[in-house]
Design a protein around this ligand. Structure first.
Ligand code: SF4
Length: 389
C-alpha cells in the first residue's frame, strides 16, 4: 500500500513537530494487533455500507461469502459485527435525514496536495447534501477516546473532499463525526468552509512545507505518543530530564509544581515502558545494550504435561470430578464479546448496571466532569478513607 510522508493520521504530529515526518521515514515500519483489528473492522463496515448504499443489488450470497472471508481472520470476534453495525446505523441515520438521497462515497481516497506535498488519505464515509459535507470516521480502538473537535486528520479529509467536490456542489458547511463504538463515543464538530480553508492556508501549508523539507524544531508533546521515534527521540528524552522549573526556588514544592511533576511523571512512566520495549527488541536482535540482558521471567505457575491423563488418574484414585473443576461465569464484557453486542443488549441489556469507578486524579484535559463541581461530600469522604486521611 502506498504511504504519504505527511499522512492525515499523523497530521497532529507533523504539525506540532515538523521534523518528525522525515525522522519517521528512517525508522522500521511495525504493525500491531490493534491496527490489524481496526483494518478488519473497517473492511466489514465498508462491506455493509457498500451493500446498503452503493451495490444495492448485491446478492445475499455474495455478501455472506465476503463476510465469511472476514470471519476467517485470526482476529475475528463476533463483537466486530455489532460494533460496526453501530457505525453503519449512524451513517444511515445521516443519509436518511435528507428529503433527497445524498451523494455518498465509501472508503474514498482524497488528495490535499494543494496544501500538503504528495499527500492523500482515505475517508471512511463522505456524504454531501445541499451545502453540507459530512466526513464520518470509524475509530475501532478502545484505548483512548478520539474527538472530532479540531481533529486535524478529519479536517484534512474534509479539505480533500472539499477540493474534489466543490466544483459540483455548493459546499459551505462541514460536519465531522467520529464513531468509536467500543467506547460508546460519538463525537461531532462543525466548521465553515472558509474557516477550514484559512486553517489549511495558515496552519497546514507552512507546517507541511517545513515537515516535507525536514526542517523545523523537534517539539515533544502529546503528539509523540503515535510517533515511531517516541522511545528513541533525543528531544523527547531531554524534555524529561530538564528540571529547570525546580531550580532556584524555595525548599518546598508548591501545588502548581507538584501538579506539573505529576503530569510529567505520568508521561515519563509511559516513556520508560516504551524504552523497555525498544531495548528488549534490540537485545533480541543480538545488539549489545550495556547494563541490560534478557532473563527468564518469573514462573507463571505449574501445569500438567497431559491434562486429560492427569485428571483420569486422579479419578482412578477416587477423586470426584466436582473437586477438580470450578464452574465460573464469564464477566459481563466477556459475555458481550461472545454473544455479540446487539443480541446481548436486546436480551439482557436492561439487567446490566455500571459499577462506578473509584474517584481518581485526572488531568484538566480529561473530558469527564470534575467531581468537585458536583459538590459531593460523599465522594470526598471516599477519597479520604481510601487514602487513610
Ligand atoms: S518523539 Fe515527539 S519530539 Fe520526537 S520526533 Fe516524534 S513527535 Fe517529534
Amino acid at each position: 500500500m502506498s504511504h504519504a510522508i505527511l499522512s492525515a493520521s499523523g497530521a497532529s504530529r507533523w504539525i506540532n513537530c515538523n521534523p518528525s515526518a522525515r525522522l519517521e521515514e528512517t525508522m522500521e515500519n511495525t504493525t500491531s494487533g490493534y491496527a490489524e483489528e481496526g483494518t478488519l473492522a473497517h473492511a466489514l463496515a465498508e462491506l455493509k455500507l457498500r451493500k446498503y448504499f452503493i451495490e444495492t443489488g448485491m446478492a445475499k450470497r455474495t455478501y455472506t461469502s465476503e463476510l465469511n472471508k472476514l470471519k476467517k481472520h485470526r482476529l475475528w470476534q463476533n463483537e466486530i459485527d455489532s460494533y460496526t453495525d453501530e457505525y453503519v446505523d449512524h451513517v444511515r441515520a445521516i443519509a436518511m435525514s435528507f428529503d433527497v438521497a445524498p451523494f455518498i462515497e465509501i472508503e474514498k481516497k482524497v488528495s490535499f496536495e494543494e496544501y500538503v506535498p504528495e499527500a492523500f488519505g482515505t475517508a471512511d464515509t463522505i456524504i454531501i447534501s445541499g451545502d453540507r459535507l459530512y466526513i464520518i470516521d470509524l475509530k475501532y480502538g478502545k484505548g483512548v477516546p478520539v474527538y472530532a473537535e479540531n481533529n486535524s486528520q478529519l479536517m484534512l479529509y474534509a479539505l480533500g473532499a472539499y477540493l474534489e467536490y466543490s466544483l459540483f456542489y455548493g459546499i459551505e458547511n462541514i460536519e465531522m463525526h467520529i464513531v468509536q463504538p467500543r467506547l460508546e463515543n460519538i463525537s461531532m464538530f462543525s466548521i465553515k468552509v472558509n474557516d477550514l480553508l484559512e486553517w489549511a492556508e495558515t496552519v497546514i501549508k507552512p507546517n507541511a512545507q517545513r515537515a516535507f523539507a525536514g526542517e523545523g524544531e523537534f517539539n515533544p508533546g502529546e503528539h509523540c505518543k503515535f510517533c515511531k521515534a517516541k522511545a528513541s527521540c533525543r528531544a523527547r528524552a531531554a524534555n524529561y530530564f530538564t528540571l529547570e522549573a525546580l531550580k532556584e526556588k524555595g525548599p518546598l514544592l508548591t501545588n502548581e509544581e507538584k501538579a506539573e511533576a505529576l503530569q510529567r511523571g505520568a508521561e515519563l512512566d509511559k516513556w520508560l515502558g516504551e524504552l523497555k520495549v525498544e531495548i528488549f527488541s534490540a537485545i533480541e536482535k543480538g545488539e549489545e545494550v550495556k547494563g541490560w540482558k534478557i532473563v527468564q521471567g518469573r514462573s507463571a505457575g505449574r501445569k500438567f504435561t497431559d491434562t486429560d491423563a492427569a485428571v483420569g488418574k486422579l479419578k482412578e484414585h477416587g477423586i470426584a470430578e466436582e473437586l477438580l473443576y470450578e464452574r465460573k461465569m464469564l464477566t459481563v464484557p466477556q459475555m458481550e464479546t461472545v454473544i455479540g453486542k446487539k443480541d446481548f443488549k436486546e436480551w439482557v441489556g436492561d439487567m446490566v448496571e455500571t459499577i462506578p469507578g473509584k474517584p481518581t486524579l485526572a488531568p484538566e484535559s480529561d473530558k469527564r466532569e470534575a467531581i468537585s463541581k458536583r459538590k459531593s461530600k460523599d465522594v470526598f469522604s471516599v477519597i479520604s478513607n481510601e487514602n487513610n486521611i
